[in-house]
Design a protein around this ligand. Structure first.
Ligand code: NAD
Length: 320
């Protein structure tokens, strides 16, 4: 198949690209290498793909409708995979308008360009953050998701709602995938596992927000890629699926896994919970299991072990 992939230079996008190219698909990646974290890291994520004959990289912004429309008109894409976003919960508290601009207006610009070019199939990344502090645990897709706790969460939910209108009004086939805290090689450098691993390994203290009891449903990146591939295969109508590990881990337990993997103890700088953070995330996978045959395969022990192997090989690239 021939894919247009937005945000393909990022963490998840580079893993997905690897898999798509390895299985004979062609990928046109559009990414503006934004300043959320080092563009050098993103360039290094995609460096191996440039010599692949089925890969094209375009440095561009999803908010540029003219660029998107001409790309979509000139190519005959089978499907769009939309991962481009301003990621991260905490910075969205400080800069909400940028998050709305990229994640809502950017998504709308993409959907509209697709409509103009009559490309109507799209799989797009959403987030477990849309659940806020939902009282239904584990989180199920039937939840109203109308109490987001950050602009990031609200922007991802708004993008899902816009997607639904394109399904309803224009007959798009759209699947929104709610990813649950993704980790693995090339993870975004500001995320907890990257920060903790780099700090503990280099003998620096780590900052822990809250009392360590908050929990996240960590999902290894290859499981996320499997979820995206399953969604591509089963696209039809409008659907939302949780793609998680379905095994929440507390922050303190996560630190213990990293300490064990590195063979070093963490020095902890305790700080209060951050605004926008949720207490826990926990994916109910019933729907994804039933309709996508999705099943996470990498435990947190195995995933941290693999991440640390990668970290030791790439320590110089990881930012503190
Ligand atoms: P990432 O920041 O590594 O990748 C996002 C990519 O989008 C980056 O390469 C960035 O340069 C690009 N981008 C940002 N704004 C753009 C714009 N205006 N135009 C074109 N490209 C733009 O993040 P990631 O962790 O790989 O996340 C990928 C997707 O998955 C995002 O939609 C994110 O919201 C979602 N998600 C990620 C996680 C996670 O834990 N990593 C969890 C839930 C949802």
């Amino acid at each position: 198949m021939h894919f247009l992939l937005t945000g393909g230079a990022g963490f998840i996008g580079s893993h997905l690209t690897e898999q798509l190219l390895a299985t004979g698909h062609s990928v046109v990646c559009i990414d503006n290498l934004d300043d959320y974290y080092s563009s050098d890291l993103k360039r290094s994520n995609i460096a191996p793909f440039h010599r692949h004959h089925l890969y094209t990289f375009i440095e561009g912004d999803i908010r540029n409708g003219i660029l998107l429309e001409s790309l979509l008109q000139k190519n005959s894409f089978d499907m769009v995979i939309h991962l481009a976003a301003r990621a991260g919960v905490r910075p969205s508290v400080e800069n909400p308008s940028l998050y709305v601009d990229v994640n809502v207006n950017g998504t709308l610009t993409l959907l509209e360009a697709m409509r103009q070019a009559q490309v109507t199939k799209i799989v797009m990344a959403s987030s477990s953050s849309v659940y806020g502090n939902s009282s239904t645990i584990p989180f199920t897709e039937a939840d109203a998701c109308d109490r987001p706790l950050s602009a990031y969460a609200a922007s991802k939910r708004a993008a899902e709602l816009l997607a639904h209108t394109y399904y309803h009004l224009h007959g798009f086939d759209i699947t929104c995938l709610r990813f649950f805290t993704v980790y693995g090689p090339r993870q975004r450098p500001e995320m907890a596992i990257s920060q903790f691993t780099a700090s503990i390994s280099n003998g620096y203290p780590i900052t822990l927000y809250g009392d360590g009891s908050t929990a996240r449903d960590y999902t290894y990146v290859t499981d996320i890629v499997s979820g995206v591939l399953a969604a591509i295969k089963n696209l039809g109508g409008f659907n939302i699926y949780n793609i998680g590990g379905s095994a929440p881990v507390t922050l303190l337990s996560l630190i213990q896994h990293i300490e064990k993997g590195l063979g070093s103890k963490a020095v902890i700088n305790w700080q209060p919970m951050q605004p926008g953070d949720v207490e826990q995330t926990y994916a109910d996978l019933s729907l994804a299991r039933k309709l996508l045959h999705y099943e996470p395969t990498i435990s947190i022990e195995k995933g941290i072990e693999q991440y640390i192997i990668w970290f030791h090989q790439n320590n110089t690239l990881t930012m503190l």
